[in-house]
Design a binder for this molecule. Structure first.
Ligand code: TXA
Ligand code: MG
Length: 316
């Protein structure tokens, strides 16, 4: 008996009630599983940080189910509105100026005058937000600094019963977190590469988008911390199959084959979807001392994949 509940209309209603009552619900999105609470309930939001063991109060993404809600919470300019209409629901998060300066949102926004908002492309997530009647604050549903969960089982293994309910909606299709786009200044800046490719945003905006890797000592996004998304075993990256060591669990890509292959056909979307599940599998292999990963091209979703594995491989 666990706190994992298969999705049914009944468990969905129960999950929405849990959110209304100030509880924590882990739920599927197209990127990774989120650990959700009512954005307006500071105690519930504080419990997110406690359950994750997150050392500081970093701002959380507010998840909404309708584009119109964006204007209730924030002050989106015409660029943001156009991007939202085009890419939502989807793996794109905007950092925008806050409109609602009520103290109940302070914890979600970590006291900043900006906030991050996204509409996830997952029927269960959207139904949960609508049935709860409030935006849902949700970081990835895992202990701080460990690998993000792409299945309900990953959530359970990381957070156990610190969560009131885990809604099981099967594996996440995108597999890496959303792209975070800062639109608080005229220059659009990606704060975290993610499930929507930089090239797609640039094509739509008709302008270049900058990428900020941040200051690792003072990250504006915790995802910018050097060591993040970390597996329990040490990991080497950019390792061609020919340079793999005997005691290494090798995660291949394309023609560089190994114990697992992120995408035999070299498809970066498929590779992103497999990434975290494969890292979970790799760290469970007791006969290997470390993990090695094949080189991944730095284009499209390769930016997000390389960002995550660079941080996962970081050792002081
Ligand atoms: O795909 C995703 O984005 C997943 C799913 C559950 O939606 N969520 C997720 O949340 O990855 P989290 O908390 O792990 O990452 C949110 C990131 C953090 O790095 C946080 O610092 C940044 O967004 N962030 C939130 N509000 C911000 C703000 N006002 N300014 C700058 N960064 C912000
Ligand atoms: Mg996270």
């Amino acid at each position: 008996m666990t706190n994992i509940f298969a999705y049914t209309p009944k468990t969905l209603a129960q999950a929405a009630q849990t959110i209304k009552d100030g509880g924590l619900v882990a739920f599927p999105t197209e990127t990774v599983y989120g650990l959700g609470a009512n954005v307006f309930n500071s105690r519930a939001v504080a419990n997110i940080f406690a359950a994750k063991g997150r050392p500081t109060f970093n701002p959380l993404i507010s998840h909404i189910a309708e584009v119109a809600t964006l204007e209730e919470l924030a002050v989106p300019d015409s660029r943001v509105k156009a991007l939202a209409r085009h890419f939502w629901p989807g793996p794109l998060t905007f950092v925008v100026k806050r409109k609602d300066l009520s103290p109940s949102l302070d914890l979600v926004c970590a006291g900043l005058k900006t906030m991050s908002v996204r509409m996830p492309n997952h029927p269960i997530a959207l139904e949960l937000i609508k049935a709860s009647g409030v935006p849902i604050a949700a970081p990835s549903a895992n202990r701080s600094q460990s690998i993000s969960p792409t299945t309900a089982r990953h959530v359970y293994e990381s957070l156990g019963t610190n969560v009131d309910m885990i809604l099981d909606g099967g594996p996440c299709q995108v597999g890496v977190e959303s792209t975070i786009l800062d639109l608080t200044t005229s220059q659009a800046v990606i704060l975290r590469a993610g499930g929507l490719a930089k090239e797609d945003i640039e094509d739509f905006l008709g302008e270049k988008v900058a990428v900020s890797h941040g200051n690792p000592d003072q990250p504006s996004s915790p995802g910018q911390m050097l060591r993040h998304y970390a597996p329990k075993l040490p990991m080497r990256i950019n390792v061609p199959a020919t340079e793999r060591k005997e005691d290494e669990f090798y995660i291949g890509f394309g023609a560089q084959d190994g114990n697992l292959n992120l995408s035999k056909s070299g498809n970066l979307t498929e590779a992103a979807a497999n990434l975290f599940a494969f890292m979970h599998l790799a760290e469970e292999q007791s006969e290997y001392k470390s993990i090695a990963m094949a080189p991944i091209p730095e284009i499209g979703l390769g930016l997000a994949i390389n960002d995550r594995i660079r941080r996962a491989s970081y050792r002081k």
